[in-house]
Design a protein around this ligand. Sequence first.
Ligand code: AMP
Ligand code: MG
Length: 299
Amino acid sequence: MAPGKRDQRDVEPAEPVATTQSLTELLRLPVGSVDIGIMDTRATPGFPGTKADALALTQALAPELSDLQERLFASGRVSEEEAKKVLVILQGMDTSGKGGVIRHVIGMVDPQGVKIKAFKAPTEDERKHPYLWRIERELPPPGAIGIFDRSQYEDVLVVRVRKLVEEAVWNARYDEINAWENELLDAGTILIKCFLHISSAEQKDRLLARLDDPTKHWKYNPGDIEERARWFAYVEAYQAMLERCSTQRAPWFVIPADRKWYRNWAVAQLLLEHLRALKLEWPAADFDVETEKKRLAAT
Ligand code: AMP
Ligand code: MG
């Protein structure tokens, strides 16, 4: 990142920006070429306030999120064929806040309706299968919200950067993933692909904070320094992912993530907008309510 950017780190946005546009439109990556190096990781697009309002504004989304999630869950109980599934994919460099989003955003809804999966390096058993095999097994069932902390995209990110397979193999995966996602969409899955975009300087601060705080040592992995040394190779890999896999039907959302409070609000707002768009109704009773009341009264 440009060194000058650090100077503005503690300056809050001067003017609150009103959410005139949906965040879905605002953060959606246009199809085509991408330069994540020039995107401001400390920006707060669409945020209707300042940092001081962040917690309240995020919490204010909770009742509607929770209500819509329950409607979605109810639809899954009524008809597995017709119920939608929602899948939130979180990708980003180490310390970008994938775990934080799960805690703060997904924590706002009923855990019974949520399926969370953090993908690690594939196990020996997983490596015997095609790379999408372990991903497919973690997809949300009808009526559920699935959250991926890392995803199929690691197979064009760490795999590309660390040269874990030949170029021809990872290179073919962009189209494979697009085709696979199209099948998911056809089968009634709503995809919300979130790239949590942090700067190199912010990552350094967050790693240092982990080292400085004994309660965060468990989160620190000495291997993170080796990954950090490959920052530019990762930037290149992320850029290719965004360029080749942000499609009309399954766009990537780029979330400036240096400010944790903005990041959490933005993912919650995106999830809310996607759930609203489903226009979920409460399932109608498949029994006669008056008859049931009479039967109950007779007991
Ligand atoms: P963390 O998210 O910090 O728990 O780390 C998980 C690790 O698993 C990261 O270093 C990822 O790069 C690695 N990982 C996830 N998926 C894959 C994959 N498909 N191939 C290789 N490494 C992976
Ligand atoms: Mg880690």
